[in-house]
Design a protein around this ligand. Structure first.
Ligand code: PLP
Length: 375
């Protein structure tokens, strides 16, 4: 493959890149099928906000379409415009943030469906429908207890009492979002479900959507008519604390740019935060905090399953590894070491970094050569 991909600013070819990000579209499709099997006939959308959790919204959406997925969610209007352009007219694309004041016509022109989160957003959308002389599609989001986004209960009650509330609107979906879905024992799950049910009954009948990835694993009462998984599609464990029912999707490997032999007492990296207690063999790899690897995360890389601990600070473009566990000469310039993959699963990397897989993926930088497989 080397040399077959032209250089662009966002996609270096394999030979020129410092690190390789392999994205298994076949695994994303398999994860979609696994979620569908759990949903037992309920429809399943794909959440591809934040450029498909950092993995490429267009590539991911096209893979999911091959599994029959025809409904996608993005967060920002701009993400929706880009996706519409790439996918053509057929799929339904919901914009989770809705259309902010002044952007309604842009959203309509791209045939996007806003997730209407407030009465003000609904009024502006209704006004546009009136001006255009046609019905416009919308989802309504109810805040069932997360206090983040969506219509508050008082707004839903006022809307229910307004006979012209949905004039010019084709109500496609009524939805809400779970705050604590990854904690199945949390009382907020049942409370939100009941509140969603109470409020949605005040609105005109429409398909209902409630569950994100973890919500699907809360069982049938949470499935409604359309599930909205993101994380689980990308291999993030939707059932933290239990085995991961999803297939891993991402592998991140960085190239060795130099190997060295250092003496006892040598200081390593910026600030000399590490000193060799004896002679050490080290390798410097071409990946750093500019690639989304958090500077404060001390971790390890792996080579053929052998753990190679980071030593010293993470630099912008490089990290130093202790490779003394490998036979001398085994690791050479240009070899790849694994940062995320079978020896170092995404959720483990996230744990070590004190964060979640969502943040690890969406932090990944744009200097990698991205290799899509299994499409
Ligand atoms: C991000 C998001 C999702 C997807 O959540 P996951 O936990 O990644 O499955 C679903 N619905 C809403 C409203 C979201 O913001």
């Amino acid at each position: 493959m080397t040399g077959t991909t032209p250089h662009t600013h966002t996609q270096p070819d394999e030979a020129a890149a410092g690190a390789i990000l392999t994205i298994d579209l076949g695994a994303i499709r398999e994860n979609y099928r696994r979620l569908k099997a759990r949903l037992d006939g309920v429809a399943c959308a794909g959440v591809v906000k934040a450029d498909g959790y950092g993995l490429g919204a267009v590539e991911v959406a096209n893979a999911l379409r091959k599994e029959g997925c025809d409904t996608f969610f993005v967060a920002h209007l701009w993400e929706g415009i880009v996706l519409r352009d790439a996918l053509g007219a057929a799929p339904t694309i919901f914009v989770l943030h809705g259309f902010l004041p002044g952007s309604e016509a842009q959203g309509e022109a791209a045939a996007l469906t806003p997730v209407v989160n407030s009465t003000a957003q609904l009024v502006a959308w209704r006004d546009l429908a009136h001006r255009l002389g046609k019905k416009l599609p919308a989802a309504i989001q109810i805040d069932s207890g997360m206090s983040r986004i969506g219509m508050a209960p008082v707004e839903v009650e006022a809307l229910a009492a307004d006979p012209s509330g949905f004039d010019g609107i084709e109500l496609k979906l009524v939805m809400s979002h779970l705050a604590c879905a990854d904690e199945p024992e949390h009382g907020a799950n049942e409370a939100e479900r009941l509140e969603f049910d109470r409020l949605r009954k005040m609105l005109p009948p429409a398909p209902l959507s409630f569950a994100n990835s973890s919500g699907i694993f809360l069982g049938k009462p949470y499935h409604h008519d359309l599930a909205r998984p993101g994380a689980a599609l990308y291999g993030i464990n939707p059932t933290p604390g239990h085995g991961n029912p999803m297939q891993p999707v991402v592998k991140l490997e960085a190239k060795v740019i130099q190997t060295r032999q250092i003496d006892a007492g040598a200081g390593v990296g910026y600030g000399h935060t590490f000193h060799a207690s004896g002679p050490l063999r080290t390798a410097t790899i071409a990946l750093g905090y500019a690639d989304g690897w958090h500077r404060r995360t001390s971790a390890a890389a792996f080579f053929e399953g052998i753990k190679l601990p980071f030593i010293g600070r993470v630099s912008m473009d490089s990290i130093i590894l202790d490779i003394s566990a490998l036979p001398a000469g085994r690791l050479r310039e240009g070899d790849l070491v694994e940062l995320i993959g079978p020896s170092h699963p995404l959720d483990t990397v996230a744990d070590v970094a004190g964060t979640i897989g969502y943040e690890v993926l969406t932090s990944l930088g744009h200097r990698f050569h991205r290799r899509y497989i299994g499409g």
